[in-house]
Design a protein around this ligand. Structure first.
Ligand code: FCB
Length: 467
């Protein structure tokens, strides 16, 4: 039996744009994701998030779903354009009221709120004024953080500034797969810097308002493993690790930007020279402002093969990705979770760690009896719980684990075609149906213990226990 510490925080996570819908209600302004989803060809199933899970109207039902699941904490994001429709200017009171009430209702149910300030839905007006590649957006974000903290900081114990700055900058401005859909690496690098800078400044500003709230940032980290010991694969691995992980971890923990990655960007023509034009005096110190926690979103590892040499010039692979893949095509690799936790702990030593997202896309649909037998997700989750437990047993200060996601929802560029939820969402009726994985999580959270996969799977489903 593997028991988790009594104060271990079991949680579930969502984000505003992915579940709320009601994009034009109660004074909400336009976000870059509203604009992006309206552009033909951007979303694989041609959908948008104007209704999504209709959470804005069904919040009470979703609170009941959380209570049923038994989580001790709920990580949700605040839609910046609901609070400040143009990103600056006057506060839209109904927008802020929605989250204020959500916080109160969570606390009334014994569920601790964990707030994400920026889960990607930047107000479109701010983007039109320059967006993340422009330094002015930093001031706007700090003011937004202060407004939220003044209103909620007396009750919210955990706040993170940004969710996955790598995705915002690299997917949004480099690869063009996410809003705003640009393809310019120089702008992606400037965006990443302003995200980090605004994080540091917002941490300082929020601390000045509430000392009782833990503040931090959430990164998507990917352990990179060379496919062979060849120098080519090791270099490919260094590059991937550098751009995903170290580009963010190094400055956050006081080391500045990694020189080898700057070098990669200079050679690729993304930067003119080693002098990063967007970095001003004092920025790196601000970015390295101490935080209370680091949130890690973990989904998979990357077995890395060089693409710069022909296969026959490379050494034969010694590490091969397992055939187990989720619907995203991501390898199921629970060991990677332990590997990244170890590495972050030994090399950067954050005060506290949370797994702020972990989960899997599988499309398993309700069977004739209405039951969702999502065994693949159950196995995925159980094996990652085990990795989390191993990390704690080694002395890594892992304080909590948040399931991605509470509900099936709008999966960005994939629209509704990928389902990460513990609850099946019927988008016609908006019914929420607990999948077998939800039953498993409920059982494990309640017992705070892993027994064995077979044992836990055998005990979880009891049709009488519906929300
Ligand atoms: C993460 C995002 C989250 C969700 C999962 C699958 O990158 O933070 O919103 O889309 O991936």
């Amino acid at each position: 039996m593997k028991r988790f510490p009594d104060n271990f925080v079991w949680g579930a996570a969502t984000s505003a744009f992915q579940i709320e819908g009601a994009v034009r209600e109660d004074g909400r302004g336009e976000s870059i994701w509203d604009r992006f989803t309206a552009e033909p060809g951007r979303i694989s199933d041609g959908s948008d998030a104007s209704v999504a899970c209709d959470h804005y109207h069904r919040v009470d039902e979703d609170l009941d779903v959380l209570s049923w699941l038994g989580v001790r904490s709920y990580r949700f994001s605040i839609a910046w354009p609901r609070v400040l429709p143009t990103g600056r200017g006057a506060v839209n009171t109904p927008g802020l009221d929605f989250y204020d009430r959500l916080v109160d209702e969570l606390l009334a149910r014994g569920i601790d709120p964990f707030v994400t300030l920026n889960h990607w839905d930047l107000p479109q007006a701010l983007h039109d004024a320059g967006g993340w590649p422009a330094r002015g957006t930093v001031d706007a974000f700090v003011r937004y953080a202060e407004i939220v903290m003044r209103r909620l900081g007396d009750r919210v114990r955990r706040v993170c500034t940004h969710n996955e700055p790598w995705c915002i900058s690299a997917l949004g401005f480099g690869r063009g797969e996410h809003a705003p859909g640009e393809q310019s690496w120089p702008r992606a690098l400037a965006a990443a810097h302003h995200l980090l800078l605004s994080h540091g400044r917002a941490v300082q500003a929020m601390r000045a308002i509430s000392r009782a709230t833990q503040v931090g940032i959430v990164l998507n980290l990917v352990p990179a493993v060379p496919a062979s010991p060849s120098e080519h694969d090791r270099d490919a691995c260094r590059t991937l690790d550098g751009s995903f992980n170290r580009w963010f971890l190094d400055p956050l923990y006081g080391r500045g930007y990694p020189v080898d990655v700057i070098d990669d960007h200079v050679r690729a023509g993304h930067l003119e020279d080693y002098d990063l034009p967007f970095v001003h005096d004092g920025d790196l110190r601000t970015i390295a402002t101490a935080t209370d926690f680091l949130g890690i979103n973990y989904y998979s590892r990357a077995v890395t093969r060089s693409t710069t040499v022909p296969e026959h010039e490379n050494a034969p692979p010694t590490v091969v990705a397992s055939g187990e893949r989720t619907d995203m095509g991501w390898e199921v690799a629970p060991d990677g979770l332990l590997a990244i936790l170890r590495r972050v702990h030994t090399e950067y030593a954050p005060r506290r760690l949370y797994i702020t997202e972990n989960g899997a896309a599988y499309g398993t649909a309700p069977d004739a009896s209405g039951r969702v037998r999502d065994v693949s997700r159950q196995v995925y989750l159980w094996s990652h719980f085990e990795a989390a437990h191993a990390a704690i047993a080694e002395g890594i200060p892992l304080a909590g684990y948040y399931l991605w996601s509470l509900l099936d929802n709008f999966e960005w560029g994939e629209g509704y075609s990928k389902r990460f939820g513990l609850f099946w969402v019927d988008y016609q009726t908006q019914a929420r149906l607990p999948k077998d994985s939800a039953h498993l999580c409920r059982h494990i959270i309640r017992g705070n213990t892993l027994t064995s996969l077979e044992h836990d799977l055998a005990r979880v489903y009891d049709g009488s226990e519906q929300p």
